[in-house]
Design a protein around this ligand. Structure first.
Ligand code: ZN
Length: 179
């Protein structure tokens, strides 16, 4: 007896998949990258500690695109490519500020966002021409940086001593007043 099978939705079309990839591929927003490019931050990103969970052990990272590459060759071909050049162009314009939006909104005179100089910054390993084997040797041999595998060390545990008095349900004794 062949029951007519109710059509089950085995395939969710492209929706579920594309959402997954959208979230997976999502990197930093431009304003976050702007923060990354600030002095004091960018140096650390260009010389990250070796991380075996990251592609290229985190040694071939493009700060402008917030992306890890597997080796120096992949990095070099990336910076010649269109997505990187497009990103560099976008980063040349300064981030949109509140003052700017007010000017654009008729408060004060409008001033076009300033263009700034933007050059591709090379990670230390690319500048040194290291291969992935060199990186591993560096990580295992003369490892001055401890290998962290994704786990953050808990440095400052906030122990707050709650010395407050607990008067959330204070009894009021006015309930049984005698008349
Ligand atoms: Zn890039």
């Amino acid at each position: 007896m062949g029951n007519i099978q109710k059509r089950k939705r085995q395939h969710k079309g492209h929706l579920a998949l594309s959402k997954k990839y959208r979230l997976k591929r999502r990197t930093k927003d431009h304003d976050q990258i702007d923060d990354d490019l600030k002095a004091g931050v960018v140096e650390k990103l260009l010389a990250q500690p070796v991380d075996f969970d990251k592609p290229g052990l985190g040694q071939f990272y493009c700060v402008h695109c917030a992306k890890d590459f597997i080796n120096g060759d992949a990095f070099k071909s990336h910076i010649k490519g269109k997505p990187h050049k497009r990103r560099m162009h976008a980063l040349k314009t300064e981030p949109y500020s509140i003052a700017e939006s007010q000017r654009a909104g008729g408060m004060g005179s409008y001033k076009a966002p300033a263009k700034r100089k933007m050059e591709t910054l090379l990670p230390e390993s690319v500048a040194k021409g290291e291969s992935i084997a060199d990186v591993k040797r560096r990580a295992l041999g003369l490892g001055d940086e401890p290998i962290v595998d994704g786990e953050e060390t808990v440095k400052d545990v906030d122990v707050k001593e709650d010395g407050g008095d607990d008067n959330s349900d204070s009894e009021d004794e006015e309930g049984d007043k005698r008349m």
